[in-house]
Design a protein around this ligand. Structure first.
Ligand SMILES: Cc1ncc(C[n+]2csc(CCOP(=O)(O)OP(=O)(O)O)c2C)c(N)n1
Ligand SMILES: [Mg+2]
Length: 298
């Protein structure tokens, strides 16, 4: 006998992103957009600078999103969103959420100045950085979000990236904006709740979403969610919130962290690493995890 379906869906069924998009197989950034739009709903305007997502939504007049999109210059996601928000307010619309949606290159590097300006003014925008850890749209170049040890086309195997990933949430916390959160496509309910929470807060909200990229990480498309989950379970990418720049909450607590080797070995971009390199990466993850836990106590 067929079992009755008793499990209730916890995310809204309405889709604001349609399947005819142009993303690669296994793209984590598409899942990220799908979940965030479920939380924000139809009254949303998305501002997208140059990045994979500027292509994924499709060529004008087609679009895979059911909400308006404003394509802007690479460095200008936050200032564009702030301008759109000001314009909407001028015509009496105080309800529409204005979402700046940028990659790690457009956030950690080239758009950092515009983002810092918007955050300092506490402009009422929601900023999402979907982090695939390199400039993927232009062919996998290193960004300041690329992790230590990774191969990219500008950090070839013999000269793999030897600097740590930039601490973007620390930088945003220093602006004392009302809400910062990390999220992952492997934890849709957590991601959805954070986007919903951010929607209700006035001021600058910053969501940092971990989004694996099979093309750039040389991983299997079917491993995208598994990798995103392992990144959380190893504390490579912990899930936490920072309110008003100083109140830290860890959302997924880890009793026993998994060794980062479980995460690293599924990705071709780390294939060249020796045991000592991985031990160095593990020590760095441990140090940052300890620091995050201390921040929660203080
Ligand atoms: C001022 C400027 N410099 C460079 C580019 C070329 N460019 C377009 S997309 C892109 C990479 C974007 O990387 P990221 O923000 O991480 O997004 P992803 O492609 O990984 O989704 C680059 C370098 C540009 N469009 N404008
Ligand atoms: Mg990127």
């Amino acid at each position: 006998m067929k079992k009755e379906r008793t499990m209730k869906l916890s995310l809204p069924e309405e889709e604001l992103m349609s399947p005819g998009h142009l993303a690669c197989q296994g793209c984590g950034a598409t899942l990220a957009m799908r979940y965030v739009l479920k939380a924000l709903g139809r009254k949303t305007v998305v501002c997208i600078p140059a990045c994979c997502w500027a292509v994924i939504d499709g060529p004008f007049p087609q679009s895979s999103l059911s909400v308006p999109i404003f394509h802007c210059a690479f460095e200008a996601a936050a200032s564009t969103a702030a301008g759109v928000k000001a314009g909407l307010e001028m015509v009496g619309d105080t309800e529409t959420t204005v979402l700046a949606w940028a990659g790690d290159g457009g956030t950690f590097d080239i758009g950092l100045q515009a983002l810092s300006g918007a955050a300092e003014r506490n402009d009422d925008i929601m900023y999402v950085c979907y982090d695939n850890e390199a400039y993927m749209n232009t062919g996998i170049q290193r960004s300041s979000a690329t992790p230590y040890g990774a191969w990219t086309t500008t950090t070839p195997v013999k000269h793999f990236k030897n600097r740590p990933k930039k601490d973007i949430s620390g930088i945003m916390a220093a602006h004392r904006i009302p809400y910062i959160a990390t999220a992952s496509v492997a934890f849709p309910e957590d991601l959805f709740k954070k986007a919903q929470k951010a929607k209700e807060i006035r001021g600058t909200k910053f969501l940092h979403i971990f989004a694996p990229c099979p093309s750039g990480w040389k991983s299997r498309p079917e491993d995208t969610v598994k990798l995103a989950r392992l990144a959380v379970q190893t504390a490579v990418f912990p899930l936490f919130e920072i309110e008003d720049g100083e109140k830290y909450t860890i959302n997924i607590k880890l009793k026993d962290k998994k060794p980062i080797n479980d995460y690293v070995r599924l990705q071709g971009r780390f294939r060249h690493l020796k045991e000592a390199d991985i031990a160095h990466m593990q020590a760095e993850v441990d140090r940052k995890w300890e620091k995050l836990n201390k921040n929660c106590l203080s």
